[in-house]
Design a binder for this molecule. Structure first.
Ligand code: ATP
Length: 308
């Protein structure tokens, strides 16, 4: 039985660093290329597994070389294979182009992720039973997430929904059924239609959702940290001050590590403060999953800080 069941996407990232983008019909030489594992579901599953959680990951990879490498990545990070389906056709891939100022242009080919339908989830639903938390994001069909929320309710398992990327069509009735709703500032604004430019505005938007039934609102606010709002609590957990070099995947590091600490029995404030620290470390390193420390690495890093 797993501690955490993550249901969601996986992507194979193909990153080209360019001096400039080619115009139509032109070929230009680019200085650097990197491949890496990504996808919000996969990132969150990997963060929790690296910290030592038993993780089930319900996802779909393609019957291709990228899918084979994804399977090996999950195996080597200790994620159980039972939840991973293999679909005909291509895996999810993300060709990414990063220019010299660090700005990026990203294409998403969902590939096998599109086949994670409610029916495909039903084939794996037994894996949810006995988990302490189901973790969802929005890179798969909303209908599949809605079905996941229904199944989790059947099994009595709380749900954490990270509504990323933002989707206007997200049904508030389902949002009100989750234990943890964890948007960033932009996603919170999209769902509530309320401004989230200042801390007071974020609090008001979060309160609005709590009034509509969400148990706990956790708003990630980048370098400003995270805010927790529930019916009777409000807590700002300031970010750990670090020199950020690459914030890609910080949100996933935060969600995956929060899921780990919470299901290990920490209370919400402690789990949030540990997740803040884990995500802060991830922004000091380049890459997405590559930047996520294991429990052993984390201990070494914390020890270095104490000794410094
Ligand atoms: P992404 O989509 O890039 O993964 P996000 O918008 O979902 O990110 P953020 O709110 O930017 O997520 O960041 C998530 C968490 O990561 C923050 O709540 C904070 O704990 C940590 N974090 C992000 N940026 C910084 C930073 N510059 N310094 C310290 N911690 C950071």
């Amino acid at each position: 039985m797993a501690d955490i069941t993550v249901i969601g996407s996986n992507m194979y990232e193909l990153t080209t660093f360019v001096d400039r983008m080619p115009v139509e019909g032109e070929t230009v030489e680019a200085p650097e290329f990197e491949m890496g594992f990504g996808g919000k579901g996969a990132n969150q599953a990997i963060a929790a597994a690296r910290l030592g959680s038993q993780v089930n990951f319900i996802t779909m990879v393609g019957r291709d070389e990228f899918g084979r490498q994804q399977l090996e990545n999950y195996r080597s990070n200790g994620i159980r294979a039972d939840g991973i389906g293999i679909a005909d056709g291509s895996s999810g891939v993300a060709p990414i182009f990063v220019d010299t100022s660090g700005d990026n242009r990203i294409l998403i080919v969902k590939g096998a992720n599109k086949q994670l339908t409610p029916a495909a989830l039903d084939d794996k639903k037994d894996l949810i039973e006995g988990s302490k938390l189901v973790v969802l994001q929005q890179e798969i069909a909303l209908e599949t997430n809605y079905h996941a929320i229904e199944l989790a309710e059947e099994y009595g398992v709380p749900v954490l929904l990270n509504p990323a990327p933002a989707n206007d069509d997200l049904n508030i009735d389902y949002v009100s059924r989750v234990a943890f709703f964890a948007p960033n500032e932009t996603e919170l604004a999209t769902l509530t239609g309320m401004p989230t430019g200042t801390l007071d505005e974020i609090k008001a938007a979060a309160r609005n959702l709590v009034r509509r039934g969400v148990g706990n609102l956790i708003v990630t606010m980048g370098g400003k940290g995270a805010l927790w709002v529930s019916a009777d609590q409000e807590l700002l957990v300031p970010a750990v001050t670090v020199e950020a070099v690459d914030t890609t995947g910080a949100g996933d590091a935060f969600i995956g590590s929060f899921a780990h600490y919470y299901t290990q029995g920490e209370d919400v404030p402690t789990a949030l403060s540990h997740a803040n620290r884990y995500a802060a470390i991830s922004v000091t390193r380049r890459g997405t999953q590559k930047a996520y420390p294991t429990a052993a690495e984390l201990n070494d890093l914390l020890l270095e800080r104490v000794q410094a």
